[in-house]
Structure formats: C-alpha cells, structure tokens
Design a protein around this ligand. Structure first.
Ligand SMILES: [Fe+2]
Length: 225
C-alpha cells in the first residue's frame, strides 16, 4: 500500500464539544480511509506515480493519465485535504496567529477579525460539498478561496495554509444542517501554530521554476501526504 492514513495527532474525543467523537471517528476511519483505499487502487498500475507525494499529483493534475485523472482528483484530493485538515485542529486552539502569519493576515484582510469574517462568509456561501481555504500564491499574496468536492487549491496554483472541510460528513451528526454553528465552533480549535508552520515552510522551501513557472521544492515536503 503506497498511501496511508496519517496518525491523528489527538484522540477522537479531544475536539469535543466542538467536534464530537462520533463525527471524528466516522470522518477519519470511514471517509478518509476510503479516499486512501481508492487512491491506492487507482494508482495500482502506475508505479511511477506512486513515488510522488499526493500533493505533487494534485499540483500537476494535467499530467496524470486521463483514465485515472478523475479518480486521482477526487480520492487524491480527499486524502490530501484530510491529511492537511487533522493537524490544523487542536483541542484547545492556539490563541491567535503570530509573527509572519499575523503580518500576512493583517496585510491582506486588515485584521484577524476581518479575515475571520471573510472566511466565514466564503464558507457559508459555498454551495454543496467542498472546502474553504486560506492560500498564498507563488508571490506569497494571500487570498480566501473555496473549492468544490475534494478539489485542492494546488490544482489552481494556490498553496493552502488553512482549510475547512464543509462536507456534511464533517458536521451533520452533531450540527445537522446548521453549517454556521459548525463554522463558528471550528474557530475555537484552529491550530494557529500549524497554520503558521505551513506558511513558514512555504516561504523557506518554495522556489519558482523560471521555465515552467511552477513552484518546486515544497510539495514533497508537505506534511501528511
Ligand atoms: Fe471530510
């Protein structure tokens, strides 16, 4: 088996009351595990692709053979997004952004509150299943974006720092159809140290290839892939 479920950095009940143990258990053991299984199955006949990180696969999706491209997009995306999501949560949250991440957010959105308001609006405005993201582009300009299904911003040349799962499987058992209550609760458990670490890793490792215009030297090092 090439890709595997990363270990959760906390217990299934650690995020209560914001995310309940049943939701966490089903989400991780059934939903995330299924994406991993299906990604491995899709790549069975492609050993050369198996050596790549799942983020590398998604970044250059157009280079994936057409017969498995949709499977990689959906299941590779599901694996990458959830692997990215778990460590972005922390049982007690981590206060507020600091250092260079705080500067990035304040420059782009005016303040942390301004960022939270815009991000929440984007999350609530997403129709159907998908994700909301804080990203930077290759020039380190920050933006908020949403993606449908399990698409990852990497496939659109944006590099995620923070992502929020907006599929109903992430909240319906506890919040039913009240996405706004889930998003409001989620802010309490954002692991800002992790988000800041994602930004510092990008700044330290990402290099733009002058010929292709693509970022190199970063995606194979993204955690959890
Ligand atoms: Fe999910």
């Amino acid at each position: 088996m090439t890709y595997h479920l990363p270990k959760l950095p906390y217990e299934f009940n650690s995020l209560e009351p914001y995310i309940d143990i049943r939701t966490m258990t089903v989400h991780y053991k059934m939903h995330h595990a299924a994406y991993v299984d299906k990604l491995n199955k899709a790549l069975e006949a492609y050993p050369d692709l198996q050596s790549k990180s799942v983020y590398e696969l998604l970044y250059e999706l157009e280079r994936i053979p057409e017969e498995i491209r949709l499977a990689v997009r959906n299941n590779g995306g599901g694996h990458a997004n959830h692997s990215f999501f778990w460590p972005s949560l922390s049982p007690k949250g981590n206060g507020e952004p600091s250092g260079q991440l705080a500067e990035l957010i304040n420059t782009a959105f005016g303040s942390l509150d301004g960022f939270k308001a815009q991000f929440t609006q984007a999350a609530l405005g997403l129709f159907g299943s998908g994700w909301a993201w804080l990203c930077v582009d290759a020039d380190e300009k920050a933006s908020i974006t949403t993606t449908p299904n399990q698409d990852n911003p990497l496939s659109g040349d944006l590099f995620p720092l923070l992502g929020l799962d907006l599929w109903e499987h992430a909240y319906y058992l506890n919040y039913e159809n009240r996405r706004v209550d889930y998003v409001t609760a989620w802010w309490n458990i954002v692991n800002w140290n992790n988000v800041g670490g994602n930004y510092l890793s990008f700044k330290a490792q990402a290099k733009v290839d002058e010929v292709s215009g693509k970022v190199k030297g970063f995606l194979n090092k993204v955690k959890g892939g």
